[in-house]
Write a new protein. Sequence first.
Length: 662
Amino acid sequence: SELGMTRDSIEIWLHNYHTSQEQQRPVQFEYAHIMGTEIYWLLVTVSFIGIADSQRPQFSYVAEDISDRKQTEIVLQKSEEKYRHLINNLHAGFVVHAPDTSIVFCNANACNLLGLTEDQMLGKTAIDPAWHFIYEDGTVIPWAEYPVQQVLRTGQPLRNYILGISQSNQSNQGNQTYTWVLVNAFPEFDDHQQIQEIVITFIDINDRKQADLALKQSEATNQALIKSIPDFLVRMRRDGMQMDEINTGMVHCLRPPDGINGNHVTQIMPLEIAQERIHLAEIAITTGQIQSQEYEFIDQGETYYEEARIASLNQEEVLVVVRDITNLKQSKLAIQKVNQELEERINELNQRHQEMLLLSEFSDFLQACLTVEEACVAISHLVEPLFPNCNGGIFITDSSRSQVELLSNWGEFLHSQTEFHPQDCWALRRGRNYFVDYHQAGLRCNHIHADQDITSTLCIPLIAQGETLGLFYLNTTVEKSLSAAKQQLARTVAERIALAIANLRLQETLQHQSIRDPLTGLFNRRYLEEIFIQELSRAQRQESQIGVIMLDIDHFKRFNDAYGHEAGDYVLQMVGALLKDGVRASDVVCRYGGEEIILVLPNSSLEATQIRAEEICESIAELPLSHNGQLLGTLTASLGVASFPQHGATGSAVIQAADAAL
């Protein structure tokens, strides 16, 4: 304790004393002597001298102060431990080879990578048969190309050298498992510039190797897929510059033979299509949504269709996928055309159905009409819906066949004269339909006004039983309003109109013949009986009077004997014409028999009837008569006047009263 020694340090000294005594030799040990806060390191040599008289062993010792050296050793040891710890914990394998390629140091990761313990590693050379080295392509690396050998041969570092190391020495290389490493080798030189050792580091890149392999396989697969895609893929900047082809699997008519790489989009395709593509590329980048562009173009007279889909790759580039959709588009257009034709056909059938209904109604009305004039007025209302956007009219030929007159019309502008000679119409002149499209060549009928707004006209003669009765006329200012189907409909309508007019005229003729006297044109006795009944009923309802005048031409038999029956017929005709022209529209003039004529005057008093009879008597006396250049002299007549109800309650009674008055 006086020397500042502790119990532990005393035991160290005693232990070495005993060892020297037992072994009969000097014993050397290091001893740390603590004095205060200072530590002094001593290298102590203890020697056994012998047994003293007191029977106590005697020793001598020599102590050398090694504090400085010990401090250096401690620092080095700590540094070595530190770096060894770092090396052992490196992710990379760390191996030091001697110049003879034997391993003098390796870290734990190197052992793990190679599947060996540290004892198995130390002392082995790079050409140990337990290891097998191959290149990335699978070929065996010759000894001269081993990283250690390359560094020894060249004296230069070897960087980023990829090789595979097998963990077995199986002869069948195909069954061996390889650890892929990235090797870096560095020579360490002594003072004489001789290689003292080679430091090799290697990193396990199995994961990366597998990723690279997977990437290559993926790239190969992607390339195969891209090549198999019939679409044309191109990378394009948002401004249309720097276009690069990705695949050329599609024959693309807008692509120049030498490719598009490096060209601007406006150099490849028409300006309008190119500008739209640049615009869509901007939208795709801005919104992140795929844009679609469909367009057509003509190449060597053929029309082609393409569809482009534009997707954003980054803030400056887009991927454009172009597909030839010509066949698809043509199929769609064909289907649309078929559907349109089908729809048009259905509409046409519906229209024909409506036209048939209107024609049926049209025929019913025509059959119900009593006169040609009434029929023409009805036709103007019934025909107009059959020919939309058209104007028209019905013209009737007069009895002299020298004039065609408008009887009824519809629409805003007829664009035709209302009266004209039949020779002014090519249809009437030629006896068949005449259609003129003014956008094409065609002679205009003379009765049609010159008007730039007219697009087409149609004139159809109204012919029935070989006789031309008039003209059915249509015009339009709207193109295609008089299509072929409408022209056929117009012919059908014209035929029905002509037939209706012919029938009405026939009915009028028959009606005329049934109620008219054929010689004078006056109503006959049969008509008188029918009309008198109606007038009596009306007079009774209205409490009015009916005047009756019985007229007889004086000495008519003697007149016939003197001038002949032809002259007598002439006289009757002249008197009949005088009476027809001189009576009211409501009055009825009938030839009662021979030279006797009866006038029925509704709403006429006896006095008024008598005055009217005196006027007729005077008019007959003043009637100039000349037949075949021969003057027939003055004609006189006797008249009897009667009135209903004063002279009778029935028609026959009143007539008898007038006859008696005569």
